[in-house]
Design a protein around this ligand. Structure first.
Ligand code: NAD
Ligand code: IPM
Ligand code: MN
Length: 323
């Protein structure tokens, strides 16, 4: 297997090496292809990612991604958005599962449509007004709904939208209901504002959530807070041909360079890579090593500990090697 490794910016460069150590332990035969993309490269060379980089990435089986700084700038488009669209990775799968020290007991997964909505890049900009197009299509709504309905062990699908205001959401909602009915999946629907509320009020009631791109982005940071923080939340961007695995978090400029970033979100993203590539038992080993590291109190400051990124990484790899 050939894995493209894109550490990116800020703490991406600190947590990805730990995830690579884990993958090297579990998949010693895999080949790792490093590609330097992101805002730091943009500042240095005027380009965040070239077409050549995209071709190199496309020659790999999958991608391990760190995080990229995406400042609001006219001429800059985030590398992760370009990749999601160029590689048609339409399903952003974000599991939120409590660990032994999480503030709430939850176990749910957000399926976020990953290629359209306000992220479609259609913006009409003038000095005094900007019109941003919210594009929702039947095709994209169908394929994310199908992915969500195929979630292993699904008990209840929550379709999140704002169809009381937006016609685009009405289409998304109708398509999701149609697919859920055809799949014989139990479903409910919830307006996104009520969802933001209920996620805090009663988070353990949720199982599988399907929603549009921007709502999914916002709800997933909220969900991360329920399990103990962004440092614990992994994700997968899945298409029919390509897949990219990355933490939900960003480049965290406030802690970058201090060696204290929590690498668990990146390590669990590597676990999702193992699952996706059919190495289920190895994926479970990784989860076990993370769980033991947490219960032994080897925690970074975001989880109330005083350990460094490196210490957490060493502990996880030590548990993997002793299994
Ligand atoms: P962020 O996710 O980088 O950080 C939010 C907060 O969570 C910060 O206080 C940070 O210190 C903390 N945090 C995040 N990850 C952590 C970890 N692993 N360990 C410990 N603490 C952690 O969000 P932000 O500060 O709003 O964004 C910073 C930059 O990252 C922005 O330019 C944004 O566009 C970008 N971003 C990129 C991605 C991506 O590339 N996939 C995702 C989100 C944000
Ligand atoms: C995420 C991030 C990205 C998004 C940004 C960096 C473009 O917040 O992956 O959650 O909005 O999708
Ligand atoms: Mn986000």
């Amino acid at each position: 297997m050939k894995i493209a490794v894109l550490p990116g910016d800020g703490i991406g460069k600190e947590v990805v090496p730990i995830a690579v150590d884990v993958l090297r332990t579990m998949l010693p035969e895999a080949e790792y292809v490093y590609v330097d993309v992101g805002h730091e490269r943009f500042t240095r060379e005027g380009k965040a990612m070239t077409n050549e980089d995209i071709e190199t990435i496309k020659k790999c089986d999958c991608i391990l991604f760190g995080a990229i700084t995406s400042p609001p700038k006219k001429c800059y488009r985030s590398v992760i958005l370009t990749l999601r669209q160029a590689l048609d990775m339409y399903a952003n799968v974000r599991p939120f599962k409590s660990c032994s020290i999480s503030p709430y007991k939850v176990d749910f997964t957000i399926y976020r449509e990953n290629c359209e909505d306000l992220y479609c890049g259609m913006e009409d900009v003038s000095d005094d007004q900007v019109l941003s197009t919210r594009k929702i299509t039947r095709h994209a709504s169908e394929r994310i709904a199908r992915k969500a309905c195929g979630h292993p062990g699904l008990e209840m699908l929550t379709i999140v939208h704002k169809a009381n205001v937006l016609r685009s959401c009405e289409l998304f909602r109708d398509v999701c209901i149609d697919i859920a009915k055809k799949a014989g999946v139990p479903y409910e629907e919830m307006l996104v504002d009520a969802m933001a509320y209920n996620l805090i009020r009663n988070p353990s009631r949720f199982d599988v959530i399907v929603t549009t791109n921007l709502f999914g982005d916002i709800l997933s940071d909220e969900a991360a807070a329920l399990i103990g923080g962004l440092g614990l939340s992994p994700s997968a961007n899945i298409g029919d041909r390509y897949a990219l695995f990355e933490p939900v978090h960003g480049s965290a400029p406030d802690i970058a360079g201090k060696g204290i970033a929590n690498p668990i979100a990146a390590v669990l993203s590597a676990k999702m890579l193992l699952e996706w590539s059919g190495h289920r038992a190895k994926a479970e080993f990784v989860q076990g090593a993370v769980d033991r590291t947490i219960s032994n109190g080897i925690l970074t400051p975001d989880m109330g500990g005083k350990f460094k990124t490196e210490d957490v990484g060493l502990s996880i790899v030590k548990h993997l090697e002793s299994q």
